[in-house]
Write a protein that binds this ligand. Structure first.
Ligand code: PAN
Ligand code: ZN
Length: 190
C-alpha cells in the first residue's frame, strides 16, 4: 500500500425498484444504436432505430481498480424485444479473464447467458433473490424475458476490467427469443 492509496469506506442507498443509486459515480444508458448488430432480426432493429430505445442502464460506484478491491454496480435491463428477441446487455469477458462475478437479481425475470472461449455454454434463470455466480473465464450477458425491469446487483474484482470486443466479434452461440408467448433458447444461426 502506498501513502497515496488508502481505501475509505463507502455507503450508498439503492432503490431496489428502479436500480438507481443515490450517488452513482457513473450512470449510463445503453441504446439500441450502440448494439443493434447483435440482434438476429436486422430489419426489426432498423425499424426500432427510428426511436432508438434505451435497452439497459448501469449505475456504478467507481472503486480502486486493484485486485484486493471490489467494483459493484446495478444493472437494469428494460423489458422489450427486437423482433422476437428479448432485450439484453452487450455481454463481455472480463479483461482479466481469471476474475469472477456475482449477480444478485433483485427484480424482474430473465436469464444469464454465459460462454467460455472454448465454446462451452451455460444459462441460468434470473429471478428476484436468485444469485448467479459467473465464474472466471466466462463471458456473460443478461436477458430480460419479463414485462418489467430486470435488476441485478453485480460485484466483481476491482481490477477485472471489461473486454467487449472479443464477444462482439465472436457472438454468443445462443439467443433467447419469444415463441408462442414464451421465452425459448435457440442456437444462433450463421
Ligand atoms: C455488469 C455489466 C452490466 C452491463 O455490471 O457491466 O450488466 O452489461 P455490459 O457490460 O455487458 O454492457 C458486469 O458484468 N460487470 O462486470
Ligand atoms: Zn462482468
Amino acid at each position: 500500500m502506498t501513502d497515496s492509496y488508502f481505501p475509505k469506506p463507502v455507503d450508498v442507498k439503492i432503490n431496489m425498484t428502479t436500480g438507481e443509486l443515490d450517488s452513482p459515480d457513473n450512470a449510463y444508458d445503453r441504446k439500441l444504436s450502440q448494439m443493434y448488430t447483435m440482434y438476429e432480426d436486422q430489419e426489426a432493429a432498423r425499424e426500432l432505430l427510428k426511436t432508438d430505445p434505451v435497452i439497459y442502464k448501469v449505475y456504478e460506484k467507481k472503486l480502486p481498480e486493484l485486485p484486493g478491491e471490489l467494483q459493484w454496480c446495478m444493472s437494469v435491463t428494460l423489458p422489450g424485444k427486437v423482433g422476437r428477441e428479448y432485450y439484453m446487455t452487450k455481454g463481455h469477458y472480463h479483461a482479466v479473464r481469471e476474475t469472477a462475478e456475482i449477480y444478485l437479481c433483485v427484480a424482474g425475470e430473465g436469464y444469464m447467458l454465459m460462454e467460455t472461449e472454448q465454446g462451452e455454454v451455460d444459462i441460468k434463470k434470473m429471478r428476484p433473490n436468485t444469485c448467479v455466480y459467473v465464474p472466471a473465464y466466462w463471458a456473460h450477458r443478461s436477458i430480460n424475458t419479463g414485462g418489467s425491469l430486470l435488476i441485478s446487483f453485480c460485484v466483481y474484482p476491482g481490477h477485472a476490467g471489461h473486454d467487449y470486443g472479443s464477444m462482439e466479434t465472436r457472438g454468443f452461440q445462443k439467443r433467447v427469443v419469444e415463441i408462442d408467448g414464451k421465452p425459448v433458447i435457440i442456437d444462433r444461426e450463421g
